[in-house]
Design a protein around this ligand. Structure first.
Ligand SMILES: Cc1cc2nc3c(=O)[nH]c(=O)nc-3n(C[C@H](O)[C@H](O)[C@H](O)COP(=O)(O)OP(=O)(O)OC[C@H]3O[C@@H](n4cnc5c(N)ncnc54)[C@H](O)[C@@H]3O)c2cc1C
Length: 382
């Protein structure tokens, strides 16, 4: 009797899951593929969420394909609105829709989730985070013309949404605990220039300010240690955390993310991880480029050619669209910075003692130097 081939199962239909499926299907169109998502399974580019308001895009506009279309394109069976709660790693099986699916290989592409606000919040019904299409749609349906958004967090996500909602015509108040914007990502002079830019656009920025609680009244009051700020709706942007609970519940080793080696193998045989959920040799990188590189490497591994991933220098782009920023911070804090201001931008370059370029941070018109500078910098994971 002909034995049916066991499928490759991918949990997660974000950019990591779908990119892996696409890359793998180029190499193997025979082995069955099952994908499972706790969301709608729509294919979309997550970075577009934080430029969507200024372009008046609905969640439907941002959708590139629905789950049915993806299933056809990928020759896959896609289960949506199904949360996988445990993996039976001993018998290599998961349970979905009341059915047990035995896998040949299992890939965790469970992404990351917003960190919940760590203080008392009686305005929780007016508090949102936007980390996927569904949350984007919800926020869009809740916010009204002329309202003030209180954004908690002035990192990449907070600054991008501040920029986007401001350009879309909303009033924006941005609250950041540190003394500068993008404090972990850019050179201090670029933080300062972004602050000037935001203030010139009418964004009300409060630095060095910690929110202690949110209170629902007619409007929403953010009680900070030094000031009370009022708005209509809150956008929480204090960071994301790798989604590791499924892995942890199933006995897969986790640290800050799901621990994988450079071949993206977890501690459990035939179980792999990539994307925001994966900690690849100690690197937790919540960006597109690493996940694309991982998708290509893992596709080969799943086709029988075990492949390790390597990362070149991967600068981060901050989509503060009228004052764009690109940053590739040096791996170690030693090194000396030279900062040049031009009429419409800043170039901050960091060299080591040998005079080699080890990092840079560019803003405004200076971002044009990005490709040339990136070429000079060594790999992140050689
Ligand atoms: C606003 C914003 C702007 C960004 N801009 C940029 C940018 O400009 N450049 C850049 O490089 N990066 C950017 N990023 C980061 C980038 O978008 C992410 O790194 C990337 O999209 C992560 O993809 P992922 O597939 O790993 O995770 P996700 O997109 O989070 O997908 C996770 C998937 O797993 C599913 N899932 C999770 N747990 C379960 C479970 N137990 N059972 C079933 N399904 C489950 C979810 O339903 C989802 O389908 C941005 C992020 C945000 C939020």
């Amino acid at each position: 009797m002909l034995e049916l081939k066991k499928p490759v199962v991918i949990i997660g239909t974000g950019l990591a899951g779908y990119n892996l499926a696409r890359e793998w299907r180029k190499l193997d169109n025979e082995t069955p593929l099952v994908m499972i998502s706790r969301d709608s399974g729509r294919s979309y580019s997550k970075p577009m969420l934080s430029t969507g308001f200024q372009k008046s895009k609905t969640d439907a506009d941002l959708t590139m394909a629905d789950a049915g279309t993806m299933a056809e394109q990928l020759n896959a069976s896609i289960h949506t609105f199904q949360e996988v709660e445990a993996i039976d790693v001993a018998s290599k099986a998961i349970s979905v829709d009341g059915t047990t699916i035995e896998y040949r290989d299992l890939v965790l592409a469970t992404g990351s989730s917003p960190i919940p606000l760590p203080f008392e919040n009686s305005a929780f019904e007016r508090t949102f985070a936007i980390n996927d299409l569904e949350q984007y749609a919800t926020f869009r349906s809740e916010i009204r013309e002329g309202q003030t958004v209180l954004i908690v967090g002035g990192g990449l996500i907070g600054c991008e949404y501040a920029n986007d909602l401001n350009l879309a015509g909303y009033n924006v108040t941005l609250i950041e605990r540190e003394q500068r914007l993008l404090s972990t990502l850019v050179h201090p002079e670029i933080s300062l220039a972004l602050l000037d830019h935001f203030e010139s656009r009418g964004i009300d920025v409060h630095l060095g300010t910690t929110v202690e609680s949110l209170e629902a009244s007619d409007r929403v009051i953010a009680h900070c240690h030094n000031i009370n700020l009022t708005g209509d709706i809150v956008l929480s942007a204090i960071g994301v955390r790798a989604e590791t609970s499924l892995a942890h519940n199933s006995g897969v080793v986790i640290n800050r993310g799901i621990v994988v080696n450079r071949a993206l193998e977890t501690s459990v045989p035939n179980v792999y991880a990539l994307g925001d959920c994966a900690e690849v040799e100690g690197h937790l990188l919540y960006y597109i480029m690493p996940l694309m590189l991982c998708a290509r490497a893992l596709a080969k591994t799943l086709s029988g050619q075990r492949t390790e991933v390597s990362y070149p220098a991967m600068p981060v782009t901050i989509k503060t669209t009228e004052y764009p920023i690109v940053s590739q911070l040096p791996k170690s804090p030693e090194g000396s910075w030279q900062v040049t201001h031009s009429e419409s931008g800043i170039a901050a370059l960091c060299h080591n003692q040998e005079g080699e370029l080890v990092g840079y941070c560019l803003s405004g018109s200076e971002i044009i130097q990005r490709a040339a500078l990136t070429k000079q910098i060594g790999p992140t994971l050689a």
